[in-house]
Design a protein around this ligand. Structure first.
Ligand code: GLY
Length: 362
């Protein structure tokens, strides 16, 4: 990789340069704890505040990090209130919920994944089964569903009434040049208002997903990413989440990382793997996430993906833990939702502000 690992001073210098053109705030927002900080530890996207706690409890009870990660994210997969993951996740453009998930075990360097999987609440568990029960890594669509059925996973309609209404609202309002017409008063529906309050109404297609990286008391590592993907995605579209090296990556000698947000931006920098490589070369988890996001900024070439100041319009968030148990997280854009969840043995989980590259001008 051409980039040098960033020291704290390099990082501040880099962000100071960028500030001249784009109102960049200091990137190292949060000091990471020193080596030897309490383990087990789990770090995740902010929707994993309960997941990190469960993951740490499981590791304290002897579970491996990858099993603990899958247990933790299972809370979010089963929660219909989270419309970005699992049951109740927002569907694709045809109104069908298609889920992506992957796991990786840093001790064995094995991985498993499923993509465009329908009707199964816990795709992360299916990914774990792919890792342990096959010598393949990624199963998609109908094949993934048949594999899940063969292993006895129960089937369920994943589209909740709330998610159906949000999808239909999007369908009817996305364009005035198609055959779908807005219905009078539908914007006042409590479920539509709930969505707008939580996700805004600017493009109506924000991103979700949960990534969780876990490190046990012995410094062993594992991770998992699971999602219903980009809201109203093209049928069959697969994002970064189930792609080992992009949505997640884990190396038992170094650390574990993964991302949430605009999947295509993460795929083209192999974000999870790149964060781990920066950590391998000495960067802290937070600095590694920032350096990877700076690469995303440099690699965003297409005009329609950039704002008037040349910055990526889409957000991407990265999270990481190293073998020492240090954690970090960073986002391209600062905002209300740009936090990460962390839990350590003996402590309650907390939300921490991500480092970031840019802040909206208003
Ligand atoms: N990061 C989730 C997705 O793009 O589908």
């Amino acid at each position: 990789m051409p980039d040098d690992p960033m020291t704290r001073r390099d990082l501040i210098a880099t962000t100071a340069k960028a500030a001249a053109v784009a109102a960049v705030a200091p990137a190292l927002a949060n000091a990471t704890p020193p080596p030897g900080s309490p383990r087990p530890v789990a770090v995740s996207s902010m929707n994993g505040i309960h997941a990190v706690k469960l993951a740490v409890e499981r590791m304290s009870g002897g579970a491996s990090p990858v099993d603990a990660a899958v247990a933790g994210v299972g809370l979010v997969e089963a929660d219909p209130e989270d419309v970005t993951v699992g049951y109740g996740g927002l569907p694709n453009e045809d109104g069908v919920v298609q889920l992506d998930a992957a796991v990786m075990d840093g001790t064995t360097m094995r991985a498993g994944a499923v993509a465009a999987l329908e009707r199964i609440v816990h795709p992360a568990q299916v990914a774990l089964q792919v890792m342990r029960g096959t010598d393949r890594i990624l199963l998609v669509g109908e094949g993934a569903l048949r594999f899940a059925r063969a292993h006895g996973f129960p089937e369920k309609d994943l589209l909740t009434e709330r998610s159906r209404k949000i999808w239909l609202f999007w369908k009817e309002n996305e364009s005035d040049h198609d055959d779908w017409l807005p219905e009078a008063g539908e914007i006042d529906d409590p479920d539509i208002q709930w969505f707008i309050k939580n996700y805004g109404d600017v493009d109506f297609r924000p991103h979700g997903t949960i990534h969780l990286s876990a490190c046990d008391a012995a410094g062993r590592l594992g991770c998992c990413t699971t999602t219903s993907g980009l809201f109203f995605k093209m049928s069959g579209r697969v994002g970064d989440s189930p792609l080992v090296g992009a949505g997640l990556y884990c190396d038992g000698d170094v650390g574990s990382a993964g991302g949430t947000g605009h999947g295509e931006s993460n795929i083209v920098v192999a974000g999870g793997h790149t964060v781990v490589e920066f950590m391998r070369r000495g960067s802290s988890p937070e600095a590694a996430c920032v350096a990877t996001l700076e690469r995303v900024v440099r690699n965003t070439k297409l005009d329609y993906l950039k704002d008037a100041k040349g910055r990526p319009k889409n957000n991407l968030l990265l999270y990481a833990v190293n073998r020492a148990g240090e954690v970090g997280g960073a986002a391209i854009w600062a905002g209300e939702r740009t936090k990460y969840a962390v839990c350590r043995a003996g402590s309650e989980p907390q939300l921490v502000d991500c480092a970031y590259l840019f802040k909206r001008d208003n």
